[in-house]
Every structure is written in structure tokens, then in C-alpha cells.
Design a protein around this ligand. Structure first.
Ligand SMILES: Nc1ncnc2c1ncn2[C@@H]1O[C@H](COP(=O)(O)OP(=O)(O)O)[C@@H](O)[C@H]1O
Ligand SMILES: O=C(CO)[C@@H](O)[C@H](O)COP(=O)(O)O
Length: 470
């Protein structure tokens, strides 16, 4: 007898990953992965057709499970602006979450209404990552493309629609647009009017547990398989970990993120904490940096060193803002290296890059955990994302946080969370209950070590001195 299998997809910045997961046990029985192309230079863009082709390639790698799976769900990188024509073809490449060209539009939108208004109504103060600022940029710089729009989607909506034909999104991902009000859980027609975006172009927002539909014929999938709503990648990871309020995750990928579910609706006027909705109800306060694994890998490459070839000690400080930065909000910043002495070694400079990438995430973690008013939790911090496989990343987080860290053995928590969402459609459980049944957080716990306050002080001083940020 064949296994009961579901498929979970993570269409993230650098690649698409597909997991085929045994619904009963949570065992990953097959996996596939195919790379994306992200533009270099001033813009960060990817043609959505690249995601669609990558999904096909990754599905091909899971072999017969693609046609066997009874349900599928797509988690995707958040915020990206996908503009489609009447035939559902991209009008132009998608503007990604880490494209900071819309920083002037973000500043103008915040100035027009005030940070308090944004936080209170939308749960977030939009920086250049938010979709609303990208639409404003498009309307200003490429009005013909904006006029040609017959549909506006997020990355995961685009893929879900290709699978089902349904124009839908979910509350987790839509909460990162900046045009969906978290206080009323509706699109804000007044705001859409001011940015010239017709609400008819937007997808319907599904509720927790709703299905998007079933697979269209002609796909390399079981005809009529259930397709879950999908969600943004961080919300999917929260599902994949079965996170409960007070349990926090730190994700080390192209972006660095920290998040925890909360009962209270986040509304941080400082803009550090984004007030996202959870995929299955509740809230998901989150902070995100633009420069994480790619930035540190680039610095390792510039130094001609393996990413693990770090050395402790010394006084070097690196602020690895190679793409500008979002936390703190410094979209025009570039990377900075200071504190060099005659005895500084290349390995110390590389370690300083890791420190610089982790520093603001840990500061933001306390703010994320404070949304529910609790004291910072003593629970081990769950470390996920590609970087969690690296010793240098793990040891940097331990040394700068002074906290215990747990590394789940399960990799690809976003795809696993999508798979849990798909399985939940079949079993009637919540995705979190599925994830707990699958024991997705199992993995070694690394005990706390003494916090390196000297390194934290050096970084804090440099951020304040150079950028006036802390
Ligand atoms: N063994 C490893 N050690 C440290 N870093 C790793 C390892 N394997 C992958 N990575 C890092 O993981 C990153 C990709 O992580 P991932 O979470 O898949 O990114 P994204 O979801 O943004 O596409 C790469 O940029 C790479 O630096
Ligand atoms: O913008 C955010 C969160 O607000 C990013 O976390 C993106 O969702 C991209 O994620 P990765 O590709 O780095 O996983």
C-alpha cells in the first residue's frame, strides 16, 4: 500500500524547495530544489516565470510522489510585487522584498500619514520592503506597467493561482503588503485609492484553514489534489515549528528574521517590529534584516576564506549592510569595516561580519517577544534557515545572545510548514497540531554561554556613531 503523502513548497529568494512528506509520520520521503535568478545592481528582481519553472523542476525531483500527493501548499518569500496582465503573464519582473529602490516612496507614505497611523491601522510602518511602497514606485517610474496591471499578487499567490486558477491569498502574507489593515482585517480602500490601485486587482483573502482550491488539469500533480491557502515564508516556518506564544525562532537565510506568535496585535510605531498576521490565526510579530547569509558569504569571498574560517578576538567591527538595511531602517547605507589594528586577522574580520549580521536581530528579538508583554523567554531559541547548518552562525548567535539554542534536525521548515498546512486540510487538525505530531522541532539544544557584551558594545557604538541608530 502506498504512503499518504503531501507536498510542501518553499519559493524563497534564492530557490524553490519541495518536500514530499508522509502525512502520518512527518517523514520527508523526497525533496527537490531548483535555483532562482535574482538581478544584481540597484534592483532586486526575479521574473515570476522563473519561480514557476523552478517549481516544475523541483516537483520533477520528488518523482512519483508529485502525482501521488493528496494535497499541496506553497510558502513564498514575502512582500514581492507581482503584476500580471489579462492572460496571467507577468507585465515585468517582480520587485522583491530586498529591493530598496522604493525607499523614497516609503518615506513619503510614512510622512503623509505618520508612523502612529500606520502602526495602529496596519500593524507595521512600511519600509521599502513592503508591497505598498513598491506599487507606489511602479506607478511613479513605470506608469505604463502599472496601467497594464490586470492583477496584483504576492509571490505565493502567483504560484497558488497557477496551480488552482483561484485568485486568492491568505491573512499571513497579505499582512505584509501594507494595504491590508490588521485592525479590521480588510483591504484599506482609502489607502488603495491614494496609491491608485484598484481593489478589484487584488486576490480574495482566505481565512485560516480555507483551501485555495484543487489542482488544475495538465500539471505534474494528482488531478484534483487539494491546494491549501499557502502563506508567506516566515508564517509557514512558524506553522512548521508549531510555534506557541513565547517560543521564538531566528531564521538565517537571505534575510535574517526573528519572530514569535503573539495573542496581542502588534503595532510598533518605531517600525522595528512588523505586525504580521499568523497564517492560522493570531499574530506574528517579526523583525527582518536584509543582510544575512548572502552578505556574510560575500565578505568571506572578499577575504578569500571559507565561511567557517572565523577567529575570535580583536576589535574589528563590520556592519554588513551590502544591500542597504531594513533593521535598522537604513535603505541608503552600505557596508562598513572599522576598528582595524596591525594585529587584526582576516578570520577576525569575518567573525565581525557574522557579529554585525546577528546584532540587530537579537536586539529586535526582545521587542518581538515583548508584544505579548512577557519577559524575554528562557526557552531555547529555535535556529532555522540555511545558515542554521553552519557552526559559525550557531556559535555567533550563542555568544551574542547568551541564550540556549535549539537546531531542529528537520531542515526546510518553510516547506515543512506548507506541508503541515496541506496535511491539516486532509486531517482536520490545525497545522500546528500536525507539526507537533511530526515532532518538527526535535534537535540538539546547545546550552547558553556567557554573553559577549564587549562585542555588543562595539557594534552599538559604531551604529550610533555612523548612522545615529542603535
Ligand atoms: N552548511 C551551511 N553552513 C552555513 N550556511 C549555509 C550552509 N548551507 C547553506 N547555507 C546558507 O544558507 C543560505 C540559504 O538559506 P535559505 O534559508 O535556503 O535562503 P532563502 O530562503 O533566503 O533562499 C545561503 O545563502 C548560504 O549562505
Ligand atoms: O521580507 C521578509 C520578511 O518580512 C523576508 O524574510 C522574505 O520573506 C524573504 O525571505 P527569505 O527568502 O530570506 O527566506
Amino acid at each position: 500500500m502506498g504512503r499518504n503523502v503531501v507536498l510542501g513548497v518553499d519559493s524563497s529568494t534564492q530557490s524553490t524547495k519541495v518536500l514530499a512528506v508522509d502525512t502520518d509520520t512527518g517523514e520527508v520521503v523526497a525533496r527537490g530544489q531548483a535555483p532562482h535568478v535574482v538581478s544584481t545592481g540597484a534592483a532586486r528582481e526575479t521574473d515570476p516565470e522563473v519561480w514557476w519553472r523552478a517549481l516544475g523542476e523541483a516537483l520533477a525531483q520528488v518523482g512519483p510522489y508529485a502525482a501521488q500527493a493528496a494535497a499541496i501548499s506553497v510558502g513564498g518569500q514575502q512582500h514581492g510585487l507581482v503584476v500580471l496582465d489579462r492572460e496571467g503573464r507577468p507585465v515585468r519582473p517582480a520587485l522583491l522584498w530586498n529591493d530598496v529602490q522604493s525607499a523614497p516612496q516609503a518615506a513619503a507614505l510614512v510622512a503623509a500619514h505618520g508612523a502612529q497611523w500606520w502602526a495602529k491601522r496596519f500593524g507595521s510602518v512600511p519600509g521599502a520592503s513592503f508591497t505598498v511602497t513598491k506599487w507606489a514606485w511602479l506607478a511613479e517610474h513605470e506608469p505604463e506597467a502599472a496601467k497594464a496591471a490586470a492583477a496584483v499578487r504576492l509571490p505565493h499567490d502567483f504560484l497558488t493561482e497557477r496551480l488552482t486558477g483561484a485568485a486568492v491569498t491568505d491573512r499571513g502574507d497579505v499582512s505584509g503588503t501594507g494595504w491590508w489593515a490588521t485592525d479590521t482585517e480588510t483591504y484599506d480602500s482609502g489607502l488603495l485609492d491614494t496609491i491608485g490601485l484598484d481593489p478589484a486587482l487584488l486576490p480574495r483573502v482566505l481565512g485560516p484553514g480555507d483551501a485555495a482550491g484543487t489542482t488544475l488539469p495538465g500539471l505534474p500533480l494528482r488531478a484534483g489534489a487539494l491546494v491549501a491557502s499557502g502563506t508567506g515564508d516566515n508564517a509557514a516556518a512558524a506553522l512548521g515549528l508549531g510555534l506557541a506564544p513565547g517560543q521564538a525562532a531566528l531564521s538565517l537565510g537571505t534575510s535574517g528574521t526573528v519572530f514569535t506568535p503573539s495573542v496581542a496585535r502588534p503595532a510598533d510605531p518605531s517600525g522595528v517590529v512588523a505586525g504580521f498576521a499568523g497564517a492560522h490565526g493570531g499574530w506574528l510579530p517579526l523583525a527582518c534584516t536584509l543582510n544575512c547569509t548572502l552578505a556574510v558569504d560575500k565578505i568571506a569571498a572578499l577575504l578569500g576564506r571559507d565561511r567557517e574560517a572565523v577567529e575570535g578576538g580583536g576589535s574589528a567591527v563590520v556592519l554588513p549592510f551590502l544591500d542597504g538595511e531594513r533593521t535598522p531602517n537604513l535603505p541608503y547605507a552600505s557596508g562598513l569595516l572599522t576598528g582595524l589594528r596591525h594585529d587584526t586577522t582576516p578570520g577576525q574580520i569575518l567573525q565581525a561580519a557574522y557579529d554585525g549580521a546577528v546584532y540587530t536581530l537579537l536586539g529586535a528579538l526582545d521587542e518581538v517577544l515583548a508584544v505579548d508583554g512577557g519577559a524575554p523567554s528562557d526557552e531555547p531559541l529555535l535556529l532555522i534557515g540555511g545558515g542554521a547548518r553552519g557552526t559559525a552562525w550557531r556559535e555567533t548567535v550563542r555568544r551574542l545572545s547568551g541564550r540556549a539554542v535549539r537546531i531542529p534536525v528537520a531542515e526546510e521548515l518553510v516547506a515543512l510548514g506548507a506541508a503541515a498546512q496541506a496535511a491539516a486540510l486532509l486531517t482536520g487538525e490545525t497545522p500546528a497540531a500536525v507539526a507537533r505530531r511530526w515532532n518538527t522541532t526535535a534537535g540538539p539544544v546547545h546550552d547558553p554561554v556567557e554573553r559577549d557584551d564587549a562585542a555588543l558594545d562595539r557594534l552599538g557604538t559604531e551604529l550610533a556613531r555612523t548612522f545615529g541608530a542603535g
